[in-house]
Design a protein around this ligand. Structure first.
Ligand code: TRP
Ligand code: ZN
Length: 879
């Protein structure tokens, strides 16, 4: 067991967990151990006899020796043994199993190796490999699922051309899809039918996919920039067909956007998307055959919120963009995961920003980063964007790899500027097309086409932890100079006790405290020393500092700005993000003081919110973001020791005060933002959002009619955004309307799994005192199941994010989560491991809670038969 040798991480000596680990501690894979593959597999032919209970998979691999070596062929497997092995058409017997690997001795430099295995998709509860969902069969291979289907060198730097033949019962599985283009199909006499697909683009095994099922399709065509027609199809169960138009539209927008912004054209004649209900992640970019969690495809106004619509467009774009950033250029090894994920998230973020308000989009991104990536980066599971080691790669599909990775690309785009950044991505796509590349390859292209030196910038890939920047501005009165003193500090993280200073691109501007006017242009400062001083000449009035505008670097700013300065910026800054940020900082300072002291001076916040609500020319969507208080978790992240009840009390008190002091404004907005019949547009979304924020404040004020108002909105709503917002408002109250709304919601959507997820989630996130008990009861509800990841996340995942309820002083929340994770681990280790991190926050809590949390972590680690996935997360969280 590793004990992090660093200040702040106290070795966990008093907990006896090591004796009860899995019989052998799973081994770590290291980046420095990378070796190129000994054998290449230029071609593979797969033949599936598909049946949920017993699927026969025959694979023929053409293999070639990569260099002069005497190594046998090693093929990864998981849970199977081969029924037969042939080399060049002849059955052999000198193969052997080493662990899960099939080892085949080969004498020549090129051979055809054939294997046959039998697998049982309907018993596959992990949802990795070939599995059954809603009566259909589908695959998930990233990262290491292909080895659960057939024996293969299951690593991303082995690229092969795939030919796939499927045979299945024609009634149960009328639709047979795989990667690439359809080649042929036909019927057999025995009631089965077959189809053959061919993907001409060499790809790694993690991009393999097939689907067999009873599906309906929503079709369209897209004409590419060079005039080729692509046939698009979104496949779902027939009853859901009417809910696929939004996703199909988003797909067409994405295809056009990638041509316009990156010059990237689609390359096959068909592009299919299939939606399935049981899925470990959001979606998967399999070549020509994306497979999606149905929550990121299905939408209509009655069942999907504005948030859902936006997420669908973003995920459709994300997976589509992977066709270039991920598929045409893939990753050499899994340590390079952010090469495709960070870049693709950056691409989908820019796409979404282009569809509506870029400022609001940026605010949402930063809120997400602070809610998930910053806590990860300051906790026991912190890791660099390019990790050095892992036990289970599935645990590294994290906010750090995805979202911090995207921030790295964004910083390079900022440093290069748009023209050079485009030249650099052109160079990257051109140079590495058809290969498995590294993060280093990407940065080298940025350097070469951008004409910049990124040597020190590369530390962003290797050093974990969120940099902290202190900023102090001083001024010589009477038209003198202003001096900005900046200093950076990167906190220690597991395995990295000492850090080098990084390159931090900080956009900065000064404003005059008296006139409210800008005193300088916006400047891009590249802070690359531990400390630096920047001088501004001829500053004619007291300057106020606007820093990290647009969130130009993913850092924490610690400044000496007063409440007055922050209120000033929230009213005068010309960068909408900075304006939002100033208000957030003002609220945060107030709430932290309130948490610590038990009382707070809320005047500055109330005043600033009032002024923002009255300001001219602000779009409703921005207003809604600006006046929302920071979450309880984010307040907790500011404190050395989290006191969940005090945080909750301070935040509720400020909400109530804002609700009361500005009651007329909330009422006015609630009336003014009402709209006619539902439309989905950036403007309409913004108005709904602001109106629902106003409803929240009306309820927070304790107004007597609030519950009735919310229930009326609940009943009259013609869309899910307004209905769910009303439900959420009611679920946080003790009003009798609460039960009424919950019952009506459940009755109305009892047969819609995605909407029922909202019903579970809203209750798990409730701030009421009884939430822990309610969640425990909901876990016994007939509609609850751990077998479906969306449902598990909606209750267990949401509860873990509910800071106050989860951290109940008696430890009941910790015990509940641990019980659920141990049960879930037996079905689906990947999903269980994803839900563990809240238990790893013990260092931030009082000794009593810390002890209770660690006892649960130790209990998890001591569980017989624990997966590698959950073992890695729990043991690292304990250390
Ligand atoms: N590559 C997928 C994406 O980012 C992620 C993904 C889908 C995934 N399914 C998975 C990752 C299963 C791990 C396990 O779009
Ligand atoms: Zn991705």
């Amino acid at each position: 067991m590793v004990l992090w040798d660093r200040q702040g991480y106290i070795p966990a000596m008093d907990i006896q967990h090591s004796a009860a680990q899995p019989s052998t501690t799973p081994a770590a894979i290291r980046r420095e151990d990378y070796c190129p593959p000994a054998w290449a597999v230029p071609e593979i032919t797969l033949d599936f006899r598909l049946d949920p209970a017993e699927t026969h998979v025959r694979a023929a691999l053409s293999v070639t020796r990569s260099s002069a070596h005497g190594e046998p062929l090693r093929l990864d497997g998981a849970g199977q043994t081969p029924v037969s092995v042939k080399v060049d058409g002849v059955t052999i017997n000198d193969w052997r199993m080493e662990g899960e690997q099939l080892v085949v001795p080969l004498s020549g430099d090129t051979h055809v190796v054939e294997t046959e295995v039998v697998i049982a998709p309907d018993r596959n509860t992990q949802l990795m490999g070939l599995y059954a969902s809603g009566g259909n069969l589908c695959t998930q291979c990233e990262a290491e699922g292909f080895r659960r289907i057939t024996f293969f060198p299951d690593r991303p730097d082995v690229l092969s051309v795939y030919r796939v033949r499927m045979t299945a019962d024609a009634q149960r599985f009328p639709v047979l899809l795989a990667n690439g283009d359809p080649v042929a199909q036909g019927a057999n006499d025995d009631g089965t039918q077959w189809a053959e697909w061919h993907d001409p683009f060499p790809k790694p095994s993690y991009l393999f996919a097939l689907v067999a099922g009873d599906l309906a399709v929503n079709r369209a065509t897209f004409t590419t920039m060079s005039g080729r027609e692509v046939e698009l199809g979104i496949w779902v169960r027939a009853a859901d067909l009417a809910k696929t138009d939004h996703a199909l539209h988003a797909l067409k927008l994405s295809m056009a956007w990638d041509e316009r912004v990156y010059g990237r054209e689609y390359d096959l004649d068909v592009f299919n998307i299939v939606a399935v209900d049981d899925f470990n992640f959001g979606a998967m970019e399999n070549k020509g055959l994306n497979i999606f969690n149905s929550r990121y495809i299905l939408a209509d106004p009655d069942t999907a919120t504005d948030y859902d619509y936006d997420a669908i467009a973003a995920v459709v774009a994300h997976e589509y963009f992977h066709n270039w950033s991920g598929n045409r250029i893939t990753c050499r090894d899994w340590f390079q995961l952010s090469l495709k994920e960070g870049f693709t998230v950056y691409r989908d973020q820019c796409f979404s920003a282009d569809q509506g308000s870029a400022a609001v989009k940026r605010i949402e991104e930063v809120r997400g980063l602070r809610a998930s990536q910053f806590p990860e980066d300051s906790g026991p599971l912190a890791h660099p964007v390019r990790p050095e080691s892992y036990i289970e790669i599935s645990n590294f599909y994290t906010a750090t790899i995805y979202n911090k990775g995207a921030e790295l690309i964004r910083m390079m785009a900022t440093i290069l500027g748009p023209v050079k950044f485009r030249a650099a991505t052109d160079l990257y796509f051109d140079r590495f097309d058809g290969t498995a590349a590294t993060c280093e390859d990407f940065v080298a292209c940025m350097e070469e086409a951008g004409g910049v030196d990124l040597r020190q910038f590369r530390l962003w890939y290797s050093q974990a932890g969120t940099p902290r920047v202190s900023a102090g501005l001083s001024h010589e009165p009477g038209g003198g100079r202003a001096v900005l003193r900046l200093a950076q500090h990167v906190p220690p993280t597991p395995g990295q006790p000492v850090k080098q200073p990084m390159v931090l691109p900080l956009k900065v501007r000064l404003f005059g405290a008296e006139t409210g006017r800008p005193l300088t242009d916006e400047r891009l400062i590249l802070l690359d020393q531990v400390a630096e001083t920047i001088t501004f000449e001829a500053i004619t009035e007291r300057p106020v500092l606007s820093i990290n505008r647009g969130f130009s670097a993913p850092v924490v700013i610690e400044s000496d700005r007063t409440a007055e300065d922050l209120a000033f910026l929230s009213a005068h800054d010309d960068d909408p993000f900075a304006r939002y940020e100033a208000m957030q900082q003002l609220m945060l300072d107030t709430l932290v003081a309130g948490t610590i002291n038990g009382t707070m001076n809320s005047e500055a916040v109330i005043d600033a919110v009032a002024r923002t609500l009255e300001a001219e020319g602000l779009e409703p969507a921005f207003l809604a973001e600006a006046v929302l208080l920071p979450s309880e978790n984010f307040i907790g992240d500011q404190l050395a020791m989290v006191d969940p009840d005090a945080i909750h009390a301070a935040r509720e008190s400020l909400r109530e005060q804002l609700g009361r002091a500005l009651a007329p404004a909330w009422r006015r907005l609630y009336a003014e933002m009402a709209q006619g019949a539902y439309v989905y547009s950036p403007e309409a979304k913004g108005r709904r959002r602001l109106r629902n924020v106003a409803l929240g404040y009306i309820a927070a004020s304790g107004a007597e009619d609030a519950a009735a108002l919310a229930l009326a909105q609940f009943d009259d709503a013609d869309n899910m955004t307004d209905r769910q917002a009303a439900l959420t408002t009611l679920v946080g109250t003790d009003a009798p309307e609460r039960e009424v709304a919950l019952e009506r919601f459940h009755a109305r959507y009892a047969d819609n799994a995605l909407v029922l997820d909202k019903w579970f989630q809203t209750q798990a996130l409730s701030s009421r005192d009884d939430t822990g008990a309610v969640v425990a009861r909901l876990a016994e509800h007939p509609h609850f199941t751990l077998a479906n990841p969306n449902r598990a996340r909606s209750l267990i995942g949401a509860f873990g994010m509910n800071q106050r309820a989860f951290n109940a002083a008696d430890g009941s929340g910790y015990r509940f989560l641990a019980d659920q994770l141990i049960a879930l681990d037996r079905l689906n280790p990947q999903t269980a491991a994803k839900l563990l991190p809240p238990l790893g926050r013990w260092r931030r809590f009082d000794a009593e809670r810390a002890k209770l949390m660690r006892a649960e972590l130790a209990r998890i680690v001591a569980t017989p038969g624990l997966s590698k996935d959950l073992f890695e997360q729990a043991s690292k969280s304990l250390d």
